[in-house]
Ligand binder design. Structure first.
Ligand code: SF4
Length: 490
């Protein structure tokens, strides 16, 4: 049996043909000089790679090298490798003589099946449609050809605001992660790299996310048993003192390849069938994994390499330093400050802060989408090229003018006020768009609509907002005020 070279995001047993297959793991250091990473992300990836080597023992060759090419030379034997997760890495492995490239693993819907589905859609690629295809194709939450419970989506049940008067959701925290000597060694090595001039962003802190298959499986089991039932209704809500709420915190485990996504989907489905969790919550989780995660992965490959540079809303401003450096203390707007601090301190926030606060703010200000892809990639523990390209360019920044989503995810402060407890303690007022207390999101929303209205395709979902824009009597004042605010931290 040939030796399997595993990249650092291919670490679970499902990347091997046989549990005894010989393995090659390469720890390449040049990437830390080429790219900036969040310190906790660098820690997580190195820790996961070294833990996998320790688990495999003599079954694995562990090579430390400046580059992958040098690592392969040191290994000195032919290997095979599963299809890597970025275009750059794919071109690299395809150009190597002694490396056989196998189809991808770690996702549920194959590239060919997706392409067949997408080709038949003639350019209208929507999650709901793909998700329905995937549910039927893989036989998930279906009874015959029909969806379990009579509906494909329970999204409308899963948009509750946070419970009133509660600082936290009443769910048990995931099993704590205990760092070991491998983590201590990784921390020591990263400290040394930093002293030698390698730049990281964000703060170091205790490891919060699984680095081993055992830790990831424990978190999954705990989530399904104790948190999944509450996840659904509150999946879009935000609480200042409860950044994790009932989210699974498994995205980094999927993206490191520690967890098989189909196994996680089946575990959630089993919880529904054994009446441990309600259908709406289970469907919401499965939509994220079988639906959204696979949709984004497949679109990354289905679209061409130029997709990353899409900028159809002509966003020309450069991302400012306070944002790049995660300088939350420079920000007075409570929602943005808290969420930026979460990125700085944990390298993670759940999907609504990413989309409706961070992405929304960047979209309104007209920051360059490609710079934002880099920022999300480096700042989040679960950030990879494939996942951030489509999420940021297509969904969050609408820079493809709707190739994969129906409208821009822009909103004013009213949405944030409804879905969080942020606005109460903020110096701004979500209802105001002019004056000292004008909410930067509310004012920014009208400024954004005014800027892009000539570029937006005609779209029933935007028609009402554009009519409201026409009726705004103080639009000139809003624009002048936001021009003065510019890209300074709000
Ligand atoms: Fe955010 Fe505006 Fe609410 Fe302040 S008032 S927390 S800036 S949405």
């Amino acid at each position: 049996m040939s030796r399997r070279w595993l990249f650092a995001d291919q670490l679970g047993p499902h990347f091997l043909d046989d549990r005894h297959q010989p393995v090659l793991l390469i720890e390449s250091h040049s990437v830390f000089r080429r790219r900036v990473f969040h310190r906790q992300k660098a820690h997580l990836v190195l820790s996961a790679l070294r833990h996998r080597a320790a688990d495999l023992g003599d079954q694995a060759r562990y090579v430390r090298a400046e580059t992958y090419r040098e690592g392969l030379r040191k290994a000195g034997e032919p290997v095979d490798v599963c299809h890597p997760t970025s275009r750059r890495a794919r071109s690299f492995v395809q150009g190597l003589d002694d490396v056989t490239v196998l189809p991808p693993r770690g996702f549920i819907t194959g590239l060919d099946d997706f392409a067949g589905w997408a080709d038949a859609r003639r350019g209208t690629l929507r999650l709901d449609d793909f998700y329905r295809f995937a549910r039927q194709h893989h036989g998930v939450l279906v009874a015959g050809d029909e969806p379990e419970g009579g509906r494909w989506s329970f999204d409308a049940d899963n948009r509750e605001p946070p419970p009133k008067e509660a600082d936290r959701l009443d769910v048990p925290a995931p099993p704590a992660i205990t760092e070991d000597e491998i983590d201590a060694e990784v921390r020591h090595d990263l400290d040394r790299m930093a002293a030698e001039g390698v730049r990281f962003v964000g703060r170091d802190g205790p490891r919060l996310f699984p680095a081993t298959v055992t830790e990831a499986n424990a978190r999954l089991r705990h989530f399904v048993k104790h948190r999944l039932a509450t996840f659904g209704p509150y999946e879009d809500a935000m609480l200042t003192d409860d950044p994790f709420m009932a989210h699974s915190m498994l995205s980094s485990s999927f993206n490191l390849g520690l967890l098989d996504p189909l196994a996680a989907v089946r575990a959630a489905e089993k919880a529904y069938r054994s009446r441990q969790a309600p259908l709406a919550s289970v469907e919401g989780f499965i939509r994220q994994v079988l639906g959204w995660r696979d949709f984004v992965w497949n679109l990354y490959w289905y679209f061409d390499a130029g997709y990353r540079g899409s900028n159809r809303l002509v966003a020309r401003r450069t991302v400012p330093d306070w944002w790049q450096d995660l300088d939350a203390d420079a920000v007075r707007a409570r929602c943005l400050s808290d969420i930026l601090a979460g990125v700085r301190d944990r390298g993670w926030t759940h999907h609504i802060p990413r989309l409706m606060v961070l992405g929304n703010y960047a979209l309104q200000r007209g920051w360059r989408p490609a710079e934002l892809v880099d920022w999300f990639h480096r700042s989040f523990v679960d950030g990879y090229e494939w996942v951030m390209t489509v999420n940021v360019v297509g969904m969050s920044q609408y820079a493809d003018l709707g190739r994969m989503s129906t409208k821009p995810y822009a909103s004013g402060g009213a949405y944030i006020n409804r879905m969080s407890d942020y606005c109460g303690g903020c110096p701004y007022d979500p209802k105001r768009r002019v004056g000292e207390k004008a909410c930067p999101f509310t004012a920014g929303y009208w400024m954004f609509l005014d800027r892009v209205r000539g570029t937006l395709p005609s779209n029933a979902r935007m028609a009402r907002s554009l009519k409201q824009l026409d009726r705004l009597r103080d639009l000139a004042e809003v624009k002048a005020q936001e021009k003065r605010r510019g890209d300074r931290a709000p």
